[in-house]
Design a protein around this ligand. Sequence first.
Ligand code: TK8
Length: 335
Amino acid sequence: MRIRFALAGLVAALAAAGAVQAQDFKPRIVRFGYGLVDNSNQGRAVRVFAEAVEKATGGKMKIRGIGNASLGSDTQMQQALIGGAQEMMVGSTATLVGIVPEMAVWDTPFLFANVKEADAVLDGPVGEKVKAKLEPKGMVGLVYWENGFRNLTNSKRPVNKLEDMNDIKLRVMQNNVFLDSFKALGANAVPLPFSELFTALETRAVDGQENPFNTVVSSKFYEVQKYLTVTNHVYSPWIVTVSKKWWDTLSPAEKKVLQDAAVKSRDFERKDTREEAAKALAELKGKGMQVNELPASEANRMREKLVSVNVGIAKSVGQETWDAVNAAVAQTRGK
Ligand code: TK8
């Protein structure tokens, strides 16, 4: 018994010593792709991650942040990660649903009432469990970042009541929950990758879209969208993922550096996103957007329609995941 403890201690000590030894870090160049522009909450947090990794590896591991979907849309990058052609990315959990159906649980309308609930559930056991489903599919999930609460913009008319959604051609993420949700509201929902969204709005191929305030600012949607309706209909996470093929070539020390940097970037990103979101509405009004809050009665009507998609979500993510996530939310509310 005593020998076993002594050995365990020795192994731990060696591992700790190993973590700081330069020979554990090979010279590597890591392509870290993302969809938004460089000057966005995504871009800023990728740079925080890059700095932390470079510092921890004495400059051996270099992170090349590549934004603007220059490496492809979310779904294209996911395939590149699975194939081992790209090392890292950050994107919506919503675009992963084709690979990991359980990810759709995060798209449940009105799942979280505030960011405190989102943090607790995503970083808690059930968030980890859903994240772990990526591994057998060829990706390793490191952390969830905040995309944020989504709001509606369009170029057709102010949305003051449910019926105003009728015949608005609305771009949604490539995911059935979003498609069903907005069809339920009466919109003409069109799935499209984010990378094609600005042009689609500009050319009026679609009338509207829904994203957090931050993205409406950073992607300059205010240039091509007149009306913004505060709906907060769903909280979207982003997730930082690594190619499993590449991950398996890393030393334990390298993996630890990436994990630690990911946590650091997450904490920075959430803070940065929340600060930016708090200022964004004023900025968007300043840019000429016409902003309205839905009257409570209309918000409730929309809410009822949206909640009707929950049955379908529970079915596609599996009852176990559905129940676990809802129990975790309830638990944060009980505290
Ligand atoms: C960026 C997307 C974006 C998402 C969307 O690549 O597609 O609307 O909200 O943040 O992941």
